[in-house]
Design a protein around this ligand. Structure first.
Ligand SMILES: C[S@@+](CC[C@H](N)C(=O)[O-])C[C@H]1O[C@@H](n2cnc3c(N)ncnc32)[C@H](O)[C@@H]1O
Length: 444
C-alpha cells in the first residue's frame, strides 16, 4: 500500500543513487582533481556541445537557471562569460566548486518566478536545462525565459516521446500533467511535454526561431532565438513597405508589456504579386523577432498581418520593421510600450462624416453607424482606451486611429451603437481629460 495518491508511472527516480553519490554534476579541476557525480563528465560535455554556444563568450552575459552543482555555469565562465547562476535553494556543492575554482560566477538564491522582478536585465545566453518540468506554469515560465534572453536560450527538458516524436509530429501537441508523484516519484515535477509541444510552447512564448537540437531517451533540447537569421546579403526581391502598425485589440500605437498578450496589426505593401504566407514574414521590434500569426490580402491589394508583441520590451518607443525571408528590411515605424500618456493642450475635431456615404455631419445607423473624423492635438502615443468619443450621452466604439497626416490631423473611425436616438446630437472627443468643442451631428 502506498501513501502517495498516484504512484510514479513515469520512471526517472534516481534519488537514491544521487543521495549515495552526493553530487549531480561531475567536475575536473585545473589541479587534476576529479569529482564523479551522478552525471558523467562526458555527458555534460556532450550536452554543452549540442547547442550553438559561441566558443568565445568574452563580453557575454550568461544566466544559468536551476544551476544545481553548477557545471554549466562554470563551463560558460571558463569560456569567458560573465555568469549569473540561480537556484531556488542554496546548493552547498555549488559553493564548494565556486571556492575551489575561485570563480566569479554571481550566485543568487532565487525562485524562478522571482526572476522578472529581480531587475537582472537581459542575458545573451540563457541556460534553462532540466527545470521546465519542475515549474507549475510552463508557458509562463518559457515566456519569462524569453524575456530574460537577448540572443539565445537553451531549453532542455524531460519529454514523453523523445524516441518516437517523428511518428506523430503533426498531431496536436500534448502536455501530460502530474498532480502528485507520477514523474520520478517527486511532487515538484508538474508536466511532461511531447517534443512537438516543447517546440510549440517555445515559439508561443515569444522566441521567433526554435530549432530542435536533440531528442533521445527522456530528454529533448532546443535552441531558442530572439532574433531572425541575418537578412540575405543579396536580396532576391525589393523589401516590403510598412504602411501602418496598430494594436489589434485597442486601436492606436500603444502597447503594454504588463498585459498577458498584445498583438500588432501591420499593413504593408509586398512590392510583388506573389501570395504572402505567415512563414515568409520577419517582423522586428527593437531587433527582437516575432512570428506572423495570420496574413491576408486586403481589398486594395495591400496586405495585413498580425504578430504577437515580443515579451519584456523596455518602456519607451520601439522601432518596428518588416522583411520577407528573401529581402532586406522595410522602412521603420514606431510603437509606444508603456509610455505614459501626455495631456494635450487642446483638441480640435474637424470633418465628422458618415463613414459609408461620406455625408458631412451625419451618421446613418442603418448603414452600420460608421463615423469618421479628423482630430488634431493628440500626442504621438494614442490609444483607443484613452480616447472617448461621445454622441449625445452615448460613447462610440473606436475601431481605428490613423497616423498623423501632413495636415497635423489624424483620422479616427468609430461605430455608433444601434440604440443611439435618431435626431441631432452634440459630438465631442475627449483625450486624457481634455475635451474638444462640441459640434452638431445628426443621426438617421
Ligand atoms: C534537474 S536539475 C537541473 C540541473 C542542471 N540545470 C542540469 O540540467 O544539469 C533542476 C534544478 O532546478 C532547480 N529548481 C527547481 N525548481 C526551481 C525553481 N522554482 N526556481 C529555481 N530553481 C529551481 C533545482 O533546485 C535544481 O537545481
Amino acid at each position: 500500500m502506498t501513501n502517495t495518491p498516484r504512484e510514479s508511472a513515469r520512471g526517472l527516480d534516481f534519488s537514491e543513487d544521487l543521495l549515495a553519490i552526493g553530487w549531480y554534476h561531475s567536475f575536473e579541476f585545473p589541479d587534476g582533481g576529479i569529482i564523479d557525480g551522478y552525471m558523467p563528465l562526458a555527458v555534460q560535455k556532450e550536452r554543452y556541445a549540442r547547442y550553438p554556444i559561441p566558443d568565445d563568450l568574452s563580453g557575454k552575459r550568461v544566466l544559468d537557471i536551476g544551476a544545481w552543482d553548477g557545471w554549466f555555469s562554470f563551463e560558460a565562465e571558463r569560456h569567458g562569460a560573465q555568469v549569473m547562476a540561480i537556484d531556488c535553494v542554496e546548493i552547498p556543492t555549488f559553493l564548494q566548486v565556486h571556492r575551489r575554482l575561485k570563480s566569479n560566477v554571481d550566485y543568487r538564491v532565487l525562485d524562478f518566478y522571482e526572476l522578472p522582478a529581480a531587475g537582472l536585465g537581459k542575458f545573451d545566453v540563457v541556460f534553462f536545462l532540466g527545470v521546465l518540468y519542475h515549474l507549475r506554469h510552463p508557458l509562463l515560465a518559457l515566456e519569462i525565459v524569453c524575456g530574460l534572453t537577448s540572443d539565445v536560450a537553451v531549453v532542455e527538458s524531460y519529454v514523453i516521446d523523445a524516441d518516437t516524436w517523428k511518428e506523430h509530429q503533426n498531431a496536436i501537441p500534448t502536455l501530460e500533467f502530474y498532480e502528485m508523484f507520477e514523474l520520478g516519484n517527486q511532487y515538484d515535477n508538474w508536466s511532461g511535454l511531447t517534443v512537438a509541444c516543447l517546440l510549440a510552447m517555445c515559439r508561443a512564448a515569444g522566441f521567433c526561431r526554435v530549432e530542435l537540437m536533440f531528442a533521445g531517451g527522456t530528454y529533448a533540447g532546443a535552441a531558442c532565438y530572439r532574433k531572425w537569421e541575418p537578412a540575405p546579403a543579396q536580396p532576391a526581391n525589393p523589401p516590403p513597405q510598412l504602411l501602418f502598425v496598430s494594436n489589434s485589440r485597442t486601436p492606436g500605437n500603444c502597447f503594454s508589456c504588463r498585459k498577458s498578450e498584445e498583438y500588432l496589426e501591420c499593413a504593408f505593401e509586398a512590392g510583388h504579386d506573389k501570395e504572402v504566407r505567415p512563414e515568409d514574414l520577419r517582423l522586428e521590434v527593437s531587433g527582437f523577432g516575432t512570428r506572423a500569426i495570420h496574413v491576408q490580402r486586403k481589398e486594395d491589394g495591400g496586405w495585413a498581418a498580425s504578430f504577437r508583441l515580443p515579451p519584456a520590451l523596455d518602456s519607451g518607443w520601439h522601432p518596428v520593421r518588416l522583411r520577407f525571408a528573401d529581402t532586406g528590411f522595410s522602412n521603420e515605424l514606431r510603437i509606444a510600450v508603456d509610455v505614459p500618456l501626455e495631456r494635450p493642450a487642446q483638441i480640435v475635431v474637424k470633418d465628422v462624416f458618415d463613414g459609408k456615404s461620406w455625408n458631412r455631419g451625419e451618421v446613418r445607423i442603418a448603414d452600420g453607424g460608421f463615423v469618421s473624423f479628423w482630430v488634431s492635438g493628440l500626442p504621438e502615443n494614442r490609444s483607443a482606451p484613452a480616447l472617448r468619443v461621445v454622441l449625445g450621452e452615448i460613447p462610440l466604439q473606436i475601431t481605428f486611429i490613423g497616423p498623423m497626416e501632413k495636415s497635423g490631423f489624424c483620422q479616427v473611425n468609430a461605430k455608433a451603437p444601434p440604440d443611439v436616438p435618431k435626431g441631432p446630437h452634440d459630438f465631442l472627443v475627449k483625450f486624457a481629460g481634455v475635451s474638444s468643442e462640441s459640434q452638431g451631428v445628426t443621426v438617421f
